[in-house]
Design a protein. Structure first.
Ligand code: B12
Length: 471
């Protein structure tokens, strides 16, 4: 049997510039889904984001490989593209089966109730896909439970209204088939190393998932809804084995929240150190986790933790409360200074609210300067599809709230005129770039990479400034 797994290319220009310019991570979700395919079947991963001509590449896969089953993944902003690609599959071969999974299928399965889609998978895909293939071979119906839904099932609508299904045990999820992708195409910007010298600022980077879910309920995030508040954790030895097996030196942890369990993370760090595994890591962590456990981050620094992405979100208590973040301004400031003292690069992420006035932008700009040297990024507060708050705002959306859901395009009306709003928004990024650690610490980087960073940053900030033209 032939199986094609497809990740669509980003639709919105700014997502494309982020991916081309600063980080493009491997399609781990599809590698895990491929892990559920039995060895006797042929499986190909087609990541359209790495193709110069994505539609041409997709057509040629359909012609050349002639898949029996095509599996798609996609964010909400990609759902229209997934439907378009699924229609093309049926034009090539009406009997091919289209299966859709990923975050949008999990939270808004009803959006995929279209003629060309046969199966919608909610939640974990590796285990579900293995079952779908087994049923396909036995000629059984491909839909089962609340996990694999068929739009042709009379109970379809009722099933889409249920919350996402429970995840299987984390130990049953298949290992990713990393061999199926061109690994040299995946990278992440890396602005520091212990030697203050980088062979390249865009090293080849692998992704590792050590846990799934998060214990918190921030209002801008859908994860607590998807995971029903569960926090699933892989065993330390299992994580260390996977890291050891990777040929990449640079690792990005794609967890929702890596450091929640101090004991587990201590064990993982000790295993990496004891086994002499010399790699470098990027991870996300909450500011309160850092403040509660500075010694854990010190240990991880020893193990190779290079950069920590911290959702600071705001430096004002009332905004943090509004986002239900559960942290405070003081905690944020303490976390910033702990990371600085430890020599771990801070990647601070802030939320710009659609209600921002010129003064709010100026205040945030001052805060940005204070947290530097740091990598800094910004998103626009957007109610996450699939959650109660998304429903609450549903009469207010100014555009297609799926297509534009990238937390860069506002989906809510802005207080300032949109052009002005994005001019201030882009300015924040320009200010932040001046305080970037590679620049401040004069990290030695090849000249070619310096030119590339400058070029990509200019393109990115100009993309941000012009977002308002996309509406
Ligand atoms: C790491 C991460 C990233 C990485 C990229 C990861 C990647 N693989 O390319 C980076 C940092 C680059 C990133 C960027 C963005 N991200 Co992001 N990201 C995440 C995060 C934290 C984890 C995703 C991940 O890789 N998980 C590990 C993989 C293995 O798990 P998975 O994706 O859940 O896949 C499993 C199942 O969904 C299922 N499955 C998935 N696909 C398929 C397909 C089939 C056929 C089947 C059967 C099953 C199946 O099985 C998989 C294996 O278990 C999620 C949060 C989350 N929990 O989803 C947000 C999340 C996916 N990101 C989100 C957003 C909005 C973005 C940005 C648009 C934000 C921004 N403005 O920068 C950009 C867009 C980038 C782009 N290229 O378009 C939102 C998406 C919401 C939505 N409704 O679409 C999420 C959910 C965050 C949130 N809190 O709301 N992101």
């Amino acid at each position: 049997m032939r199986i094609l797994l497809v990740k669509p290319h980003p639709q919105l220009l700014i997502a494309k510039r982020l991916q081309e310019g600063f980080l493009h991570l491997e399609p781990l979700e599809l590698e895990i889904v491929a892990g559920g395919v039995p060895p006797e079947d042929e499986v190909v991963i087609c990541d359209l984001g790495i193709e110069k001509k994505p539609m041409k590449a997709f057509h040629s896969q359909l012609h050349g490989f002639r898949p029996d089953i095509v599996g798609f993944t996609g964010y909400s902003s990609q759902s229209a593209m997934v439907k378009k690609l699924a229609r093309i599959v049926k034009e090539h071969n009406p009997s091919a089966v289209n299966v859709v999974g990923g975050i949008h299928a999990t939270i808004i399965p009803a959006d995929y109730e279209v003629e060309c889609i046969d199966i919608i998978v909610r939640g974990e895909g590796g285990t579900a896909f293995a079952e779908i293939i087994s049923r396909f071979k036995k000629g059984m119906p491909l839909h089962f439970g609340g996990v694999s839904l068929s739009p042709r099932d009379p109970d379809f609508k009722a099933k889409t209204e249920l919350p996402p299904p429970e995840f299987p045990s984390v130990h049953d999820i298949p290992r990713p088939r990393r061999d199926l992708v061109r690994r040299s195409r995946y990278f992440c910007i890396w602005t520091s190393t212990p030697e203050n010298q980088l062979k390249t600022i865009f090293p080849q980077t692998a992704s590792v998932r050590t846990s799934i879910g998060c214990a918190f309920k921030c209002s801008f995030c859908v994860v607590h809804h998807v995971m029903r508040g569960q926090y699933l954790q892989r065993r330390p030895a299992d994580v260390a084995d996977e890291i050891e097996s990777l040929k990449e030196e640079f690792i990005y942890f794609v967890d929702d929240e890596t450091f929640l369990n101090k004991g587990r993370m201590t064990e993982i760090a000790k295993l990496l150190i004891d086994r002499g595994i010399k790699k470098q890591y990027i991870s996300w962590a909450r500011s309160d986790t850092i403040v509660r456990n500075p010694e854990l981050f010190q240990l991880w620094k020893e193990a190779g933790l290079s950069t920590v992405y911290v959702g600071l979100e705001a430096m004002k208590g009332e905004r943090l409360d509004r986002y239900n973040k559960g942290t405070s301004e003081e905690t944020n400031r303490t976390a910033v200074s702990i990371l600085r003292d430890l020599g771990i690069v801070l990647h601070a992420s802030f939320i710009v609210d659609p209600d921002f006035s010129v003064e709010d932008f100026s205040l945030l700009e001052e805060e940005v300067k204070k947290v530097c040297p740091a990598e800094v990024s910004f998103t626009v507060f957007s109610p996450p599809p699939g959650t109660k708050i998304w429903e609450k705002y549903k009469d207010d959306y100014i555009c297609d709230p799926y297509l534009h859901y990238d937390c860069m395009h506002t989906i809510l009306p802005t207080k300032l005129k949109m052009k002005k709003f994005y001019s201030h928004f882009a300015r924040l990024t320009s200010v932040a770039l001046k305080g970037n650690p590679a620049r401040v610490h004069k990290v030695r980087i090849p000249f070619r990479d310096i030119m590339r960073v400058i070029y990509r940053s200019i393109r990115y900030t100009s993309g941000l400034k012009n977002i308002y033209r996309d509406y």
